[in-house]
Write a protein that binds this ligand. Structure first.
Ligand SMILES: [Zn+2]
Ligand SMILES: [Zn+2]
Length: 307
């Protein structure tokens, strides 16, 4: 595929080496990113969870535990440093991580510790972070519909769940100040599967909560992830939905693509379509991240690129 400046993904590159629900090696993911014609590919592996109650059922079934996933993430952090220079000249690889909001009581300091990790020479281990909300009050909303239903019950209804979700997005953005906020309206993912196919997320209360979340995103200067996984999950649209894209754009918030890749076939998938989607929503640019200076004492800066 032809290389273009707007072909940038800042969310994805999960690999089977470091993530239970991904496939292939990180090097294979980066080779796929070169083939997809990306100018810049941000790798954002999941920060490991800190308590056994947050292990995924698949991880438990494989006998994984908290020390194992922490050791995997340490290997990821080290391996990423080797791959950046290896791919230099073919693709710019940004070193990232995807932060979580569990456990509620102490995620902020735990995530900041990961975000601020240093390498042996004292330089920063990461160029940027994606901040994502996959849990509402510690109940996962991004996995099985059964778990989503537990979250609905805990909040006292679907509308209350959506409002609470956006409150947590706002809280996360202000507390963690990530460079990128992941899949802004992830709360829609399980709506139909959990039996709420007729429910509209456009109620005044939900819109107000989403608006506050976007205010928080803007106030910390973060970019929104135009995440193509929505198409892969059968939602018929990416994250976020058109009204949110239009509102965020009117508020002055920038977008960047995220293929949310978990295997080589996901890499680059939906990005040309996402470009068309942004243009249809009236967004003529993407905001990309660039590493300035040498890798080891780099600063990450935003740059606006015309679509
Ligand atoms: Zn994942
Ligand atoms: Zn995510």
């Amino acid at each position: 595929m032809e290389k273009s400046e707007w072909k940038v993904s800042l969310h994805g590159g999960h690999s089977g080496e470091f993530c239970d629900h991904a496939e292939a090696t990180l090097r294979e993911m980066l080779e796929a990113a070169v083939r997809a014609g990306y100018d810049t590919f941000g790798v954002s592996e999941h920060v490991p969870r800190h308590e056994a109650r947050f292990l995924y059922p698949e991880e438990v079934a494989m006998g994984w535990d908290i020390p194992k996933i922490h050791a995997d993430f340490a290997r990821y952090t080290a391996h990423l440093q080797e791959l950046v220079p290896e791919f230099e000249g073919r693709i710019s690889v940004l070193r990232g991580l995807e932060m979580e909001i569990v456990p509620s009581a102490k995620y902020v300091s735990l995530m900041q510790d990961f975000r601020n990790q240093k390498l042996a020479d004292g330089s920063p281990a990461f160029d940027y972070a994606v901040g994502s909300v996959h849990y509402v009050d510690e109940v996962q909303i991004d996995a099985a519909p059964a778990s989503y239903l537990l979250a609905v019950e805990a909040c006292g209804g679907i509308e209350a769940l959506a409002v609470r979700y956006y409150e947590l997005v706002a809280e996360m953005a202000l507390a963690l100040r990530p460079e990128v906020v992941g899949h802004l309206d992830l709360i829609k993912r399980n709506l139909t599967l959990a039996g709420f196919g007729d429910f509209s997320l456009q109620t005044p209360k939900i819109q107000a909560a989403a608006e506050s979340a976007m205010e928080a995103v803007r106030s910390v200067g973060a970019i929104l992830d135009l995440n193509t996984a929505g198409w892969r999950k059968g939602l018929g649209e990416p994250y976020p939905a058109p009204p949110l894209v239009q509102r965020a754009h009117a508020m002055g918030i920038g977008f960047c693509f995220g293929d949310d890749s978990h295997r080589p076939s996901d890499v680059g998938a939906g990005v040309p379509e996402a470009r068309e989607y942004l243009l249809r929503c009236g967004v003529p640019t993407v905001t990309v991240l660039n590493r300035e200076g040498a890798v080891m004492d780099a600063r990450t800066v935003q740059r606006v690129v015309v679509l």
